[in-house]
Design a protein around this ligand. Structure first.
Ligand code: ARG
Length: 280
């Protein structure tokens, strides 16, 4: 499964392992980001159907998908990306900022605790997992500004023994790093510049001079809340501008509809936690 690019290089998919959580108890009962409006009707049934299509898309692409049991009363638990960061088989479980999500950590500690991972521990500082930590190459990009405490960046650097690059988010609509930036492949990302502080924008421009830049319309439909396996890029199907740019760069965009979870401020990436390295 690969596509050759005009310059002769090749985009290639590699099999991934993901953790997901069925939105069995999905609802918007509180508001902790600007997208959440508890007065708007939601349907756990529709959320489940849309989520199932995302799940089946991953399976169809040959990826492994593990499931964590949803807990009643934790409607945001569908956003598995927030549960932890998993790198080199080591797990750093989240510590949530908002009271409404704090109990989710327990479920992740329990799930990873039973899985035979080399090391599992809960973050000491507020840390919303892969919502704010994204691996690119050997490095970890880390977001702060709304959720994750900047001290959690140092904690992750020490725990994973990897370089961590801090980035500051400045617009509450893009409150997690994974709503404003997506990793496409080794050293390749796409992002929405206006979501970042001026300093972070220069860091990104310097590190990723060839990055795909999203416009506000694509960023506002969560087009950057995407997941790439190196070739296939699963993203909200409304993000048509990004899909076209991805195609031009030799990626295969695959649009999915996650309109229901979007009401809680989350899409493809938020629903998916990447499990990097095998359990022992
Ligand atoms: N309602 C959830 C929250 O505000 C959405 C989380 C989205 N997850 C993500 N990885 N961006 O916490």
């Amino acid at each position: 499964m690969n596509t050759e690019r005009p310059d002769g290089s090749v985009r290639a998919a590699s099999a991934r392992s993901y953790l997901m959580c069925r939105p069995a108890h999905f609802d918007v009962t509180y508001s902790i980001n600007p997208w959440m409006e508890p007065s708007k009707p939601t349907s756990a049934q529709v959320a489940l159907e849309q989520w199932k299509r995302l799940h089946d898309t991953f399976i169809g692409l040959g990826h492994d998908v593990q499931l964590i049991e949803p807990v009643p009363g934790l409607p945001d638990m569908v956003f598995a990306a927030n549960g932890a960061i998993v790198v080199d088989g080591k797990v750093l479980v989240a510590r949530f900022r908002h009271a409404q999500r704090i109990e989710e950590s327990e479920a992740y500690l329990d799930w990873f605790g039973r899985g035979g991972w080399s090391e599992v521990r809960q973050a000491e500082y507020i840390n919303e997992g892969e919502g704010d930590f994204l691996c690119v190459g050997g490095e970890i990009l880390a977001g702060t500004g709304f959720r994750t405490d900047v001290r959690a960046h140092d904690e992750a650097r020490e725990y994973f023994d990897r370089p961590v690059v801090s980035l500051t988010l400045i617009d509450p609509r893009w409150y997690h790093l994974d709503t404003a930036l997506a990793v496409l492949g080794e050293g390749d990302v796409m992002y929405y510049p206006a979501a970042f502080s001026a300093e972070s924008r220069s860091i990104l421009a310097e590190r990723f001079p060839d990055a795909i830049l999203a416009d506000e319309a694509d960023a506002a439909v969560f087009g950057l809340n995407a997941l790439s396996d190196g070739l296939n890029v699963i993203l909200p199907r409304q993000a048509v501008g990004l899909a076209a740019q991805l195609r031009e760069r030799g990626y295969r965009p695959i649009g999915v509809d996650l309109a229901e979870t979007l009401k809680a401020g989350g899409s493809v990436k938020c629903c998916t936690l990447e499990l990097r390295a095998e359990a022992i």
